[in-house]
Design a protein around this ligand. Structure first.
Ligand code: GAL
Length: 419
């Protein structure tokens, strides 16, 4: 009997439930590997901008930890194969986008969005080209990261009487490393629980040793992995490995960035997501840390982009397109990149909002030769990227130069671009 007394309340609750249901019916799921302090903070700026405009939509931030996407990509593949795609996911331009997602038809064209937003005028033609096939763009690109930067702890080097000017040669770096070794300080910071992180130091050393043209030749078969200059690059990489912190295999890339900031190691050859992390840890550029191009790679810009897709048959296409529109917004790109340590993909961002490092990166991008990275999936097919990671895992432990070079030459040949 008592139930009747509560009937009006129950009916009201049921009605409210239906209303809530309608509200939460609207959702959008974004899949990334941005979980380090700076990555998560930068992503939040984008999500906040979306929430401010679309407060009624339930935003699902599906991030899978693991720098470079090493853990996220296999999980995403399983979801795509199972017909359960997120609405949008993070990926890099070039091979990764094309071979993992465009060829198997997992992504929808964004041409209408580009036309409607006037983005063909606001993103450079070369960038649009990198994310298009047959004239159809498949990504909204948020940022341009530079992968070949050498970071250093300024006070630590000053303590040892070392001042770094505008550039540093490999011999100078190795000379400093020897003197730091006498003081028991590892020169090179490394955190390679994800093997891709040491892969960056390899790739940076490779391009710094053989130059951008010969580096590009690796991906069209005009340079062989067993050529003398590539063997020299492997040798140089090995010499840098000799100076890395002993606990490198137990640390992630961002833990190594923390180590750099704390002065437990001196240099870090790593993409400029490190800038984001150092700033996030409260350090000040040009005071607590400095940077130069990785030795030998001054005129080269190893380019890493982060872009977002629209899933074919996305569960929530309208909300996803709204999200992509927000990602392409100028102010959103500025806010995001200030925290992420990258420069805008759009060409009309306000330069004066950015500090010395990011302005340096803008100039280097404008003046230099931009080349794709293999470690971040852009330069070579995914099979070769995996083979390189395996070869690196062996090399870091065994240091067999010849076996390393030969395995890469074999894999390049198998992938169809080697000699
Ligand atoms: C890259 C990505 C960057 C950065 C880095 C470390 O693949 O493009 O945005 O987050 O991984 O996780």
């Amino acid at each position: 009997m008592r139930i009747y007394r509560f009937l009006p309340i129950l009916l009201l609750a049921a009605c409210q439930g239906t209303d809530d249901q309608t509200d939460t019916d609207k959702q959008v799921e974004i899949f990334t590997w941005w979980t380090s302090g700076s990555e998560a903070a930068a992503l939040e700026t984008v999500l906040d901008a979306y929430r401010a405009t679309y407060p009624e939509v339930d935003l699902i931030n599906a991030s899978v930890a693991g720098g470079g996407g090493s853990a996220a990509r296999p999980i995403l593949q399983t979801r795509l194969l199972g017909g359960n795609p997120p609405d949008s996911w993070q990926t890099h331009h070039g091979s990764e986008l094309m071979e993992y997602y465009v060829t198997p038809d997992y992504v929808a064209s964004l041409k209408d969005l580009y036309d409607a937003e006037g983005w063909y005028e606001l993103f450079s033609p070369s960038l649009v080209d990198m994310i298009s096939r047959d004239g159809e763009p498949y990504l909204v690109v948020l940022n341009l990261h530079r992968s070949n930067t050498l970071w250093y702890n300024k006070p630590l080097l000053a303590e040892h009487g070392i001042v770094i000017e505008d550039s540093l040669s490999l011999d100078e770096l190795l000379g400093i490393a020897e003197s730091l070794q006498l003081a028991n300080i590892p020169a090179m910071c490394m955190g390679d629980t994800g093997i891709w992180a040491t892969g960056i130091m390899f790739e940076n050393t490779l391009v710094g040793t053989i130059g951008p043209e010969r580096y590009l030749g690796l991906w069209d078969g005009t340079t062989s992995f067993t050529d003398a200059d590539v063997m020299q690059a492997i040798e140089n990489y090995g010499r840098l490995l000799d100076h890395q912190n002993k606990d490198h295999a137990a640390l992630s890339w961002d833990q190594a960035a923390k180590k750099l900031g704390d002065g437990d190691c001196a240099f870090y050859s790593m993409g400029d997501w490190v800038y984001g992390e150092l700033i996030q840890n409260g350090l000040e550029e040009n005071v607590d840390f400095g940077w130069v191009a990785h030795p030998g790679s001054d005129g080269t810009f190893l380019l890493v982009t982060d872009g977002f897709t629209l899933a074919k048959n996305a569960p929530n296409p309208t909300e996803t397109l709204d999200m992509l529109r927000i990602m392409g917004d100028r102010v959103v790109q500025e806010d995001f990149n200030l925290l992420k340590g990258s420069i805008c993909a759009r060409t009309d961002c306000d330069r004066s909002r950015f500090g010395p490092y990011l302005q340096w990166s803008m100039d280097k991008y404008a003046e230099g030769v931009a080349v794709p990275t293999v470690i971040h999936g852009s330069a070579a097919p995914p099979g070769f990227q995996q083979a390189l990671n395996d070869a690196l895992t062996n090399f870091v432990v065994r240091r067999d130069h010849q076996a390393f070079a030969e395995s890469l030459a074999r894999e390049a040949h198998a992938a169809g671009f080697g000699q």
